[in-house]
Design a protein. Structure first.
Length: 309
């Protein structure tokens, strides 16, 4: 009996140490941003507009979203596509949950299936159609990265190309489990783009989608090999769509990375992700007018117009 309690005591101590190590609210350091970095010029057309298309959510807890999150505090991980209307072409940023989400979820790793639940909204393609926008007329879907919850809605957008960097196209074509759903989508048309050697907000390279500075994409690898940050500048508003570099705004505001268990499940390279968070935190401090939008946090875009009521 005494031996049992000794063993139990040791076991509980190991559990406690593991928990403290994993969830201790460590904040990352915010690096000094180079003084020469300035807010880039942009010339968005006056009729450019952006809309939020909420398509569902996964349900989790703050403790799993960022170090320092409260255990038991419910968090919705929203799945939102954003429509950016521009005279040169309408683009979605990510595609949200599509009509095939049940079948896609059933293919996820078992650990993810048993630790999360989800709820469905109206898929992006249906919201577009209801607003009188033919989904096939989109110029493309600009992906922050090709994880299943960002490409899910592509199944409802046949013929609409997924715009992504070469590195992310290679990720989709590869055999990593986290790319399996994108990899096996029968009609997923990839449109890879290249970055120019044009610095943008401290990133060495960038891709200016329409040539007017209104939508500028920069490589931000780590979460996946070809993850990007998409900067959108409209008349009077600036956004940075940061994908899954952080899941919730606190990741940039504190700043803090995901706890080990979450990093282990979803990040390809945790060190790279940490560096991306630190840079975003530095940008957030210097340029608070840029609204940082984590892919699964609806709070920063709560006031953005919806496409349908
Ligand atoms: Zn992801
Ligand atoms: Zn995601």
């Amino acid at each position: 009996m005494r031996r049992f309690f000794k063993w139990l005591g040791g076991f509980l101590l190991v559990l406690l140490v593991l928990n403290v190590w994993m969830f201790w609210p460590v904040r990352l350091a915010v690096p000094l941003l180079d003084a020469s970095i300035d807010l880039p010029a942009a010339h968005p057309p006056p009729d450019m507009a952006i809309y939020a298309l909420p398509t569902g959510a996964m349900h989790s807890q703050a403790v799993f979203a960022y170090r320092g999150g409260t255990p038991g505090e419910h968090r919705d991980f929203t799945m939102t596509a954003y429509l950016v209307r521009h005279p040169r072409g309408d683009l979605l940023i990510d595609s949200g949950f599509g009509t095939q989400v049940d079948a896609q979820f059933a293919r996820l790793p078992m650990l993810m299936q048993v630790t999360s639940t989800y709820s469905k909204g109206t898929p992006a393609a249906r919201q577009l159609a209801a607003a009188g926008i033919e989904p096939g007329s989109l110029a493309g879907v600009l992906l922050t990265h090709a994880h299943w919850d960002h490409v899910s809605g592509m199944t409802d957008l046949p013929g609409v190309p997924a715009w992504l960097p070469e590195a992310e196209a290679a990720f989709v074509h590869g055999d990593l489990p986290m790319a399996a759903i994108a990899h096996s989508m029968p009609n997923l048309a990839l449109r890879p783009y290249a970055f120019a050697d044009t610095p943008y907000l401290g990133y060495a390279r960038s891709f200016d989608v329409w040539g007017d500075g209104s939508i500028v994409v920069v490589p931000a690898p780590g979460h996946t090999s070809g993850s990007v940050v998409i900067f959108v500048t409209l008349p009077g508003a600036r956004y940075a769509f940061v994908g899954d570099i952080v899941w919730q705004s606190e990741g940039i505001e504190r700043p803090a990375e995901r706890p080990w268990i979450s990093r282990h499940l979803v990040d390809l390279d945790g060190d790279q992700v940490r560096a991306q968070i630190e840079h975003l935190a530095a940008l957030h401090q210097r340029f608070p007018q840029i609204v940082m939008v984590p892919a699964h946090d609806a709070r920063p875009t709560a006031a953005m117009p919806r496409l349908t009521p």
